[in-house]
Write a protein that binds this ligand. Structure first.
Ligand SMILES: [Zn+2]
Ligand SMILES: [Zn+2]
Length: 93
């Protein structure tokens, strides 16, 4: 079941800690990206205290579920969203 975190950094970080094998979708209109919850990019210092205030995050423990949610909302991958390919981020790359 997908959960949306908006203006709730504390709850979001708690979810990340509790679901290291989960998935996180960064709902940034100019660059929507699906991450694994253990991606180092999600924990950058520069984003501290604005992890869910700049853009909401959609989180889920199930890849199939979040994939369905994202494609239903934004269409097929590589149109309006992509999986994270940040090198060395421990994500999909
Ligand atoms: Zn879900
Ligand atoms: Zn990532």
């Amino acid at each position: 079941m997908c959960q949306r975190f908006e203006n709730s950094d504390e709850q979001y970080l708690e979810w990340l800690d509790q679901n290291p094998a989960g998935f996180v979708f960064n709902d940034c209109p100019s660059q929507r990206v699906l991450h694994r919850a253990n991606c180092t990019y999600l924990r950058r210092e520069v984003d501290a205290d604005r992890r869910t205030t700049t853009y909401p995050k959609i989180c889920c423990t199930s890849y199939d579920c979040i994939w369905q949610t994202v494609t239903a909302a934004y269409g097929a991958e590589h149109h309006d969203w992509a999986r994270c390919n940040a090198p060395g981020a421990n994500c999909f790359a």
